[in-house]
Design a protein around this ligand. Structure first.
Ligand SMILES: Nc1ncnc2c1ncn2[C@@H]1O[C@H](COP(=O)(O)OP(=O)(O)OP(=O)(O)O)[C@@H](O)[C@H]1O
Ligand SMILES: [Mg+2]
Length: 510
């Protein structure tokens, strides 16, 4: 029997199914959305969340099942159908055109015209009003390529507002935001909810569910397995999502540490980072915390040789690395899992196996022959350990879910023969269960005497997994905390310290 639809119902999905060659992405999903609610979609990497919302945005059409909007069955073929129905989507990968301006992106395909020409003045004025409603300071004339991720997202929201959307779908909007930006986003979402907009919200950050959500639909292996209030305790949500409970979220096992494997001294890139010195010993996990823009990624890239630096030195196991030379760094056993994985970490049109083998290829080549069997076995093992959800090792990485793509990049470096692994935001977009698997692999690395440098904006992760925490602020090391002294408060106090206090500290050293 069908439940009676409430007068507040915006849309309803019943028994939706979607398959791709070799993959049942959605088996049978039920879902409904009401006016003025935030409905969270929760599920492991590859459970089918993004696929589900793509049925609503018109990117995919279902193989079976029904979608009703305002009580009437609809077909959503393409973005225009979705737009007509008042459904706006902000994807996991943004959809803006980098070379157009903010205003042009907001009104793409719908620019106001005057005497047949695009009326730039009206367009920019309207864009300005929308941006003000979202509360973001950005010029309508700025090019989208110049904007950081948080602002891109605000522009996407402004665009949704311009469409007068009644349904706003957000696929992991907070994955790339700082905590301050998250608060701002939440304020906007709450205001939209007040206006009666229905919001579909996907996140892997469980604490956001109670903070923002009203109801939660849990998806497991392409099926909706439950609908619960957002106030449901986190461990219960985890149990619904992964089908078991997770005892320990941060299972750090601290081995005895050895000599310094990585030694960075006085590293400076003028205008970017200054006088950064630290070391990471064999067996250690050193975390780097800080606000976005503090220079953490830039330091990591310079250490790995991906970017140049002006002064200072980088040593691995006592041997100095040449500046700006990735090959030399890799030969010395340094690996980097980059923050921007799609851009720098993956070859999207190659298979999972090929991507996993990218770094080990050299080691697997014996006298000109590639040890394909060895590579295959290794790829199978690591994909299994990380729980990469795929139709097989031959699946193209492009068609993996967001979180599973990330697992492949991390797996690639875990397979490589490395002594120093630098992880930049290692678990962004990764579900809670898979996070624990990654932490276990970090434990294995350090138990084997390797060193790990971990940049993360996820403070609980930094605190839970690091043996020492370095905090960067405005391009400088603002301080170092032992695992025992590192708390949310002590880290944040250093992260927001001003450059003048830092300069005073620095001058004392001279
Ligand atoms: N175009 C495609 N071709 C083949 N398989 C696909 C395609 N799109 C999605 N899939 C598969 O469908 C399944 C569900 O993927 P989906 O992206 O919906 O997961 P998700 O729940 O959003 O995961 P994540 O949390 O990692 O983003 C995955 O196994 C994925 O590999
Ligand atoms: Mg997804």
């Amino acid at each position: 029997m069908k439940p009676a639809s409430s007068p507040d119902e915006l849309l309803r999905i019943e028994g939706i199914r979607k398959t791709f060659p070799g993959v049942v992405a959605l088996d049978s999903v039920d879902f409904d959305l009401r006016r003025g609610e935030v409905h969270v979609l929760l599920g492991e990497n590859g459970a089918g969340k993004s696929t589900l919302i793509k049925m609503l945005s018109g990117a995919y059409t279902p193989d079976a099942g029904r979608i009703t909007v305002g009580g009437e069955q609809v077909r959503i073929h393409g973005a225009q159908d979705a737009e007509r129905l008042g459904i706006a989507t902000i994807y996991q990968e943004f959809n803006l055109v980098p070379d157009l301006t903010v205003a042009e992106n907001i009104f793409l395909g719908r620019q106001p015209r005057r005497f047949g020409l695009i009326d730039r003045r009206t367009m920019e004025r309207d864009a300005e009003a929308l941006l003000a409603r979202v509360g973001v300071q950005v010029s309508p004339r700025a090019r989208v390529r110049e904007l950081g991720i948080a602002r891109l997202q605000m522009v996407e929201i402004a665009k949704a507002l311009s469409l007068d959307a009644r349904v706003l779908i957000m696929d992991e909007p907070t994955a790339v935001l700082t905590s301050e930006e998250v608060e701002k986003l939440f304020a906007i979402v709450r205001a939209l909810r007040e206006d009666g907009v229905g919001v579909v919200f996907i996140t892997h950050h469980l604490e956001e569910i109670a903070a923002l959500g009203d109801r939660v639909t849990v998806i497991r292996d392409g099926r909706s397995v439950g609908q619960v209030p957002a106030s449901t305790p986190e461990d219960e949500l985890v149990r619904l999502m992964v089908g078991r409970s997770i005892e320990q979220q941060y299972p750090r096992e601290r081995p005895d540490t050895g000599d310094a494997l990585l030694k960075v001294e006085g590293l400076t890139r003028d205008g970017v980072f200054h006088d950064v010195s630290f070391e990471v010993r064999a067996g250690e996990v050193v975390g780097i915390a800080g606000l976005v823009g503090a220079g953490r990624t830039e330091v990591a890239r310079a250490v790995f040789g991906a970017d140049p630096y002006d002064r200072g030195s980088v040593e691995v196991a006592g041997a100095r690395l040449p500046r700006h030379d990735v090959n030399a760094a890799m030969s010395a056993g340094v690996g980097l899992v980059p923050e921007d994985r799609k851009g720098q970490g993956l070859v999207l049109d190659q298979s999972v196996e090929e991507n996993l083998g990218l770094v080990t290829l050299r080691a697997a080549t014996h006298g000109g022959f590639v040890d394909r069997k060895g590579q295959h076995t290794a790829a199978e093992r690591i994909a299994g350990q990380l729980g990469v959800r795929m139709s097989g090792l031959g699946q193209h990485v492009r068609t993996l879910s967001g979180g599973n793509q990330q697992k492949v990049v991390i797996g690639k470096w875990l397979l490589a023969d490395i002594r120093v692994l630098i992880l930049d935001e290692p678990t962004r977009g990764i579900d809670v269960g898979a996070k624990v698997e990654i932490y276990q692999l970090v434990n294995e690395l350090t138990a084997a005497g390797h060193a790990v440098l971990m940049i993360s904006s996820d403070l609980p992760e930094v605190l839970g997994m690091s043996d020492r925490v370095l905090v960067m602020a405005q391009g400088r090391l603002a301080g170092e905390l032992s695992a025992d002294d590192a708390t949310q408060d002590s880290v944040m106090a250093l992260a927001v310290s001003s450059p003048t206090t830092l300069k005073e500290e620095g001058s004392r050293d001279h």
